[in-house]
Design a protein around this ligand. Structure first.
Ligand code: PLP
Length: 306
């Protein structure tokens, strides 16, 4: 279905104009249209583009099953509230996401992105769209693990309370800083980042939450520390608790990271990635536990040992 002369990325579909605010069905922008990625367009005056003024969600899909869809929709609504955006039409987003995934049923893993923007400057109508992408190959990250560096986020741990206008805890479209941090990690020979507050509190990764193990105790940073409430972390905690482990949201220091029996980064695409190196120091990877968390929580088939 490629247009002559245009490069069409058949792996990705965009559904454009799927939603305004909840209940807004009369808007002329309330069109529903699925197009190949290369044909998708956004208005040059859309505030998502000109100011990064909008929010998004990335949702994993395994064998056609959405991972934690309701938690993602709830977080989209939460982010919208933090940005004083009209409540998004969660049902329209979910329906568009399902249609997008149905068009790609043969892919074992997909990533569906929901976007919700303040809309075209001056128009006062939010715009929304979804994108369906084939997932990256996460098998190596999930099995052998990733190398991580700690980086200063430049904020104190209580930023969400002292300066809520900085929107920490909202999943905004302003991810240039997160991407810059990942490039810094690459310059330091690592794959990913754990941000630390200026007062030594472990926060989150640029696209992930942190999980630490000390014996039978599993901890993750508290969500009042200006970080995102992770959907993957919530799901993994349910599995751990069902297995009888103790789970806790806490304020954790870099010393806790260093002394941990194991560390993971949790996120929607990669799901559960064990950290094998922290600031240049090797740390043990529990492949069996990682594999069973992936299988039990998300139905990810085990990666054979090399
Ligand atoms: N923290 C940040 C800053 C993120 O961008 C993400 C996900 O993209 C997460 C945490 C993990 O959230 P989830 O597990 O819901 O993907």
């Amino acid at each position: 279905d490629a247009t002559p002369g245009a490069t069409v990325d058949a792996r990705a579909t965009v559904e454009a104009g799927i939603t305004g605010a909840a209940g807004d069905t009369g808007s002329p922008t309330h069109r529903r249209r699925a197009v190949p990625l290369a044909e998708a367009q956004i208005n040059v005056a859309d505030l998502a583009l000109t100011r990064g003024d909008g929010i998004f969600e990335s949702i994993g899909v395994i064998d056609g099953r959405f991972i934690e869809l309701d938690r993602h929709l709830a977080r989209l609504e939460h982010s919208a509230a933090l940005l004083d955006l009209p409540r998004p039409d969660a049902a329209a987003f979910a329906a568009a996401a399902r249609r997008g995934v149905e068009a790609h049923t043969r892919e074992p893993e997909l990533l569906v992105k929901l976007f919700y923007s303040r809309g075209i400057e001056g128009a006062d109508t939010p715009s929304g769209w979804i994108e369906v992408l084939t997932g990256d190959d996460h098998r190596a990250a999930r099995s052998t693990g990733i190398r991580v560096v700690t980086l200063d986020r430049g904020y104190r741990h209580d930023i969400a309370q002292t300066a809520p206008w900085l929107l920490q805890g909202a999943k905004t479209l302003s991810y240039a800083l997160n991407k810059a941090a990942l490039r810094e990690a690459a310059r330091r020979g690592a794959d990913d980042v754990i941000f630390v507050s200026t007062d030594d509190v472990v926060l989150e990764g640029p696209t992930s939450n942190v999980l630490l193990r000390h014996g039978d105790l599993f901890r993750t940073p508290r969500t009042d520390l200006g970080i995102l409430a992770g959907t993957t972390q919530a799901a993994v905690f349910e599995t751990l608790a069902a297995r009888g482990f103790e789970t806790l949201e806490a304020a954790l220091s870099v010393a806790d990271l260093v002394s941990a029996d194991a560390v993971w980064l949790l996120s929607s695409g990669r799901l559960v990635a064990p950290v094998r190196e922290l600031d240049g120091q090797s740390i043990p990877v529990d492949r069996e536990l990682t594999g069973s968390l992936l299988a039990e929580t998300f139905g990810v088939p085990p990666v054979p040992l090399p």
